[in-house]
Ligand binder design. Structure first.
Ligand SMILES: [Zn+2]
Length: 96
């Protein structure tokens, strides 16, 4: 039985934002998207963190037909991204 393609995280941003780079797979996960890069989709979370209202966005990117980057955007950067929060609301978007 052939092994399923598995993605590994190969690098984490050192600025404290918790974004991570996803290792390229030997074969593109979506051959139709070779030669392209862009956004797969994202989630905007409205949260309560450290007693304050805040927004955390998680954006999944692809490059050359495979997942490439999980980007975390924290509204209170350069404060470190909190490790816990209470979710108030979320908005999910998927690129078509
Ligand atoms: Zn960063």
């Amino acid at each position: 039985m052939a092994a399923e393609p598995v993605s590994f995280l190969v690098a984490a941003c050192t600025c404290g934002c918790r974004s991570v780079v996803i290792e390229a797979t030997p074969q593109p996960q979506n051959p139709k998207l070779v030669g392209h890069q862009g956004l797969v989709g994202g989630i905007d979370l409205s949260v309560k963190a450290r007693g304050k209202d805040a927004v955390i966005s998680v954006l999944l990117h692809f490059a050359e037909g495979s997942l490439s980057l999980l980007k975390i955007v924290w509204c209170n950067f350069p404060d470190p991204v909190p490790s816990t929060w209470v979710e108030i609301n979320r908005r999910v978007s998927v690129e078509s």
